[in-house]
Design a protein around this ligand. Structure first.
Ligand code: SAM
Ligand code: SF4
Length: 351
């Protein structure tokens, strides 16, 4: 009698999670300087390329390299892709790249996370290429505060971008990083925006990522506290969407005048969703990362640049999935130091 080799589905990890969603950080460059994302003092792109804080062009994966990884990942069974960054719209040639992505058989959707600054120029062309879902990051509805948070006076561009995306027919989610003492006075305004416009507003807990980020324990605010504030705007009912909402807990919101909208809460710190995590990330430096909040990475770029076969790349993706940690260990009390950061820089990992 011959023993059968056990069959492992290539995308199931050792904790029975099926990994179907790939996030690509296509560049670490950005046209904003959000205080919580970019290393402090990050002003001059050329200078920071020299000091290693921003990758040089040759250190970034080329579009051809990314297309190869995506094709292999899709052949293995992944079917969802999100482009992020840095700011994905600042990388030249992104529209042709998206066009090529849509020609990969088995890839149904390409979604995008953007700061929205370039959307007034890009929205129509993105829609034409087939993108239907946009996550637009916006932490303040006040132009002066927007400037304080992002270091750029670009609120109006983002706002115009949002309206344009709405008019074209994108499904738009607005990502708001919740920061005590910075934008907690605007949670109600954001909830009212969700009631007025067809945007799902999602509040994200502020995460201590990146050694040089400006994160402070005192600025952290739990998703449940945010929800308590929002409940002053109207009635919240847990909401089961036909779309994949990822890690967000989504609620229908209805006010006393019958206005309806939806809001979401993403709580990587206070309520882990690690047991349902279906993601793999490819950083702008070409490293596969199985957990946003764990610095372990697989160097795919070296394989890609040293003539590795598709089979070798597949093996490497498979091993990264097998090694995906059960969960991260950050707790909302942040231990004794109050500052348990991962070294990974958000602008390279892509959120
Ligand atoms: N530039 C694009 C943008 O801002 O949407 C895409 C990249 S950005 C790194 C992706 C998402 O990560 C954004 O929604 C941003 O607000 C979020 N983000 C960045 N740093 C964060 C942090 N420390 N905690 C929580 N969310 C963060
Ligand atoms: Fe740029 Fe997005 Fe980071 Fe802000 S959060 S600095 S927009 S990459």
């Amino acid at each position: 009698m011959t023993l059968k080799t056990p069959h492992f589905h290539p995308l199931v990890d050792q904790f029975s999670r099926t990994i179907s969603y790939l996030r690509l950080s296509i560049t670490d460059r950005c046209n904003l300087r959000c205080m919580y994302c970019m290393p402090k003092g990050e002003e001059d792109t050329a200078k920071h390329t020299k000091t290693g804080q921003i990758l040089s062009h040759s250190e970034l994966l080329s579009y051809e390299e990314m297309l190869r990884v995506v094709r292999i990942a899709v052949e293995m069974g992944m079917n969802k892709l999100r482009l992020t960054g840095g700011e994905p719209l600042v990388r030249r040639g992104i529209l042709s790249f998206i066009h090529e992505l849509f020609s990969i058989e088995g890839l149904d959707e390409v979604r995008l996370t953007t700061n929205g600054v370039l959307l007034p120029d890009y929205a129509e062309r993105l829609y034409r290429e087939g993108v239907r879902h946009l996550n637009i990051s916006l932490d303040s509805l006040q132009p002066e505060k927007f400037f304080e948070i992002t270091g750029r006076d670009d609120f109006n561009k983002v706002w115009q971008g949002l309206l344009k995306a709405r008019d074209i027919g994108f499904r738009v989610k607005i990502n708001v990083v919740a920061m005590k003492g910075i934008n907690d006075d605007e949670f109600i305004d954001f909830a009212q925006l969700a009631l007025r416009e067809p945007f799902q507003v999602r509040f994200i807990e502020f995460m201590p990522l990146g050694e040089k980020s400006s994160w402070q324990k005192e600025q952290f605010i739990k998703a449940d506290e945010i929800r308590a504030v929002i409940s002053g705007t109207g009635h919240l009912t847990p909401f089961k969407s036909s779309y994949d909402e990822g890690p967000a807990r989504v609620y229908a919101l209805e006010d006393s005048h019958g206005h309806k909208g939806s809001v979401g809460f993403i709580s990587p710190i206070s309520h882990h969703f690690c047991d349902k995590c279906n993601r793999l990330r490819l950083t702008s430096e070409g490293r596969l990362r199985a957990c946003l909040l764990n610095d372990k990475e697989t160097d795919l770029k070296s394989l890609l640049r040293n003539g590795a076969s598709d089979q070798r790349i597949r093996q490497s993706i498979r091993q990264t999935i097998i090694d995906k940690p059960k969960g991260h260990t950050l707790q909302s009390d942040f231990g004794e130091t109050g500052r348990l950061t991962c070294r990974g820089q958000m602008s390279q990992i892509g959120g």
